[in-house]
Design a protein around this ligand. Sequence first.
Ligand SMILES: *[C@@H]1O[C@H](CO)[C@@H](O)[C@H](O)[C@H]1NC(C)=O
Ligand SMILES: *[C@@H]1O[C@H](CO)[C@@H](O)[C@H](O)[C@H]1NC(C)=O
Ligand SMILES: *[C@@H]1O[C@H](CO)[C@@H](O)[C@H](O)[C@H]1NC(C)=O
Length: 445
Amino acid sequence: MGLAIAQENNMGLMRRNCSMKRVFLILAGLLAIHIVVMTLFDIYRPPLTDFPDNEPGYGDCPACITRHPRKSNCKGCFPIAYPNILNNGKMCETGKSLDFMILIASEPEHVKHREAIRDSWVSKNAKYENVTFKYAFIMGLDHSNNTANANVLTEADTSNDIIQYNFVEHFRNDTIKGVLALNWAVQFCQNANILIKVDDDVFLNIPNLKDTLDKTPLDKTVAGHWLASRGPVRTEKSKAYVPYSYFPESSLPEYISSSMYLMTYETAVEVVKTVPDTPFFHLEGVYISFVIHKIGYGVKQLDGFNNFQVHPNPQYYCSCLTTSQELEPEDVTMIWDGMRLAGCTEQRVRCKTSYTPYIDVTWCRYWWWRHTIWLIAKWTFIITMCINIPLGGLLNYLGSRGVYLNALHKALYLGDTDGLVEHAKDGRSLRDIVSSNPPTLIKNV
Ligand SMILES: *[C@@H]1O[C@H](CO)[C@@H](O)[C@H](O)[C@H]1NC(C)=O
Ligand SMILES: *[C@@H]1O[C@H](CO)[C@@H](O)[C@H](O)[C@H]1NC(C)=O
Ligand SMILES: *[C@@H]1O[C@H](CO)[C@@H](O)[C@H](O)[C@H]1NC(C)=O
């Protein structure tokens, strides 16, 4: 009898070792597959050292993308020194304090964008209650269209709302434009409480912004559409391309979208002071965030700031939306007309409910598909391992104590799987087989 039990125990032990070996082999196999797949994805990622030759904006100037890694500090390497062409410096002199000074980044050729904005959300017809604001368009010089430059001078004569500096109009120079706008406002709009920078394809719901800011003071932050820290775009075709040799770090800081951001006048003073000692970076939102972090301030998300085009249905723009972007001038006009009909331009519309009829899918654009698949592979691996190893340990421990979660656990722990494998050939699931053939300790004895 004693011998029989000893034999039984030996058999159990042998089977257990055997089945554990199998489980480990399977795990090792999975690990090998994961490693191979991940290595393949690494190999097929685009090369990270690409650096285009003869591209505008690359070289060794204060506002250039250089061939060597960007430093985070310097002494006066990015002076805000571009000759002024159109100033209109008196536009803030109202003798009263202003809630907002709105700086709208435009381009000489964007005549229609400016017309649409003048006739809509900044227009005198918009009788926003209890909000005082001024706005100005800011731009550089078009180096390929002198007609456009000449037209700007005539346009400015009648509208008195254009600020122009002598720098080449180019998307890689947006940082220059943003910094010049803040610098200008710090100098000429000392009566403004908050400076806002928006692009000329943005719709800004000024009363909603006022409501939001009454609820959430800005303090020492730059606010707008917040974007989490993420890896730089390494695809050359993208406007947001960041060459590896210029910025080898694997992630950008958290930042705010450059299409609309705001800060208090006092923060802008600090920013303008810090810019000359902060080396240029061609992505405006990221640059502003470099500066802000250097000062020791933060960036934050505001309600209703949308970093994408909200469908141009006026109903949405009458609700709790604060910004929407990527709008054509015709869209802006249409939205405004619709809002007027609905009666939400004449008076302040109170946000009663947060109405979000859209889904923020912008993050998709920042991840090219290979990166996404790589991330999925990586996290599947990490999660699988994080679950498998402790779970395996737990099941093994329970088994050693003679405690089994179910029949399958028992069968696997005791290595009594031979019968199961045979039966599995008839197409039943392992679980079915186990529950219909509960394994027993002394089955084979
Ligand atoms: C504007 O201000 C006045 C006085 O503070 C206040 O009574 C009124 O409700 C305000 N209007 C809106 C739309 O906030
Ligand atoms: C130059 O600008 C003018 C006015 O903005 C525009 O009508 C014209 O089409 C532009 N020319 C070119 C070549 O883009
Ligand atoms: C940006 O502007 C500067 C100054 O005008 C100019 O030297 C540089 O080439 C411009 N960058 C691009 C990308 O055009």
